[in-house]
Write a protein that binds this ligand. Structure first.
Ligand SMILES: Cc1cc2nc3c(=O)[nH]c(=O)nc-3n(C[C@H](O)[C@H](O)[C@H](O)COP(=O)(O)O)c2cc1C
Length: 157
């Protein structure tokens, strides 16, 4: 039967499984923050660009507003604990990057860390942004793409 329902009732039915990613941003003190994001998508073929939607209450919003670069990290199953940590704690309260124990190396573009256990890292420069309700969509242009072809992609269920 087709009927009008409230938004959460409809969304719950289509929400999972879902692709999730990590975004690495730079803090004003030049350390790094991690956030788990579900709301990301490719938005341009040439040049390649991705949009990430970040809540205004997130510390990552402050970091991305301060330093206009980020790494979009497509995780492997090994990074599942990092997705949980980064998605349930704020960088305002703890150093998630250090606490996660992630393996990393400096990026080639703006030195934002590349997570070496991920399947893919995209180093991005923010080229535009648009407010969407209580989030802002940051559009990042991919400058360097990293692939670890020994890894698989993790899907959130
Ligand atoms: C699976 C999952 C997906 C999430 N997706 C998003 C998202 O797309 N955008 C967002 O702003 N927050 C998202 N969150 C919430 C943030 O990850 C969470 O609020 C985090 O603690 C914010 O960290 P920060 O304050 O250090 O930026 C998600 C959380 C989880 C667990």
């Amino acid at each position: 039967m087709l009927s009008i329902v409230d938004f959460p009732q409809a969304y719950t039915k289509v929400h999972l499984p879902s692709k999730v990613a990590l975004v690495v941003s730079r803090k004003p003190d030049h350390n790094y923050n991690l956030i788990t994001v579900e709301w990301f998508m490719r938005t341009s073929i040439q040049p390649p660009q991705f949009a990430i939607s970040i809540g205004h209450s997130r510390y990552s919003y402050d970091c991305l507003s301060d330093f206009g670069y980020f790494n979009l990290v497509l995780p492997s199953p090994e990074l599942k604990p990092v997705l949980s940590l980064a998605g349930s704690n704020s960088g305002r309260d703890m150093d998630k990057f250090a606490a996660s124990g992630v393996e990393f190396k400096p990026g080639k573009f703006q030195k934002i860390p590349i997570l070496t256990e991920a399947i893919v890292n995209f180093e991005c420069e923010i080229v535009s942004q648009v407010r969407s309700g209580d989030h802002t969509i940051f559009v990042g242009e991919v400058k360097y793409s990293w692939l670890n072809d020994e890894k698989e992609f993790f899907v959130y269920k």
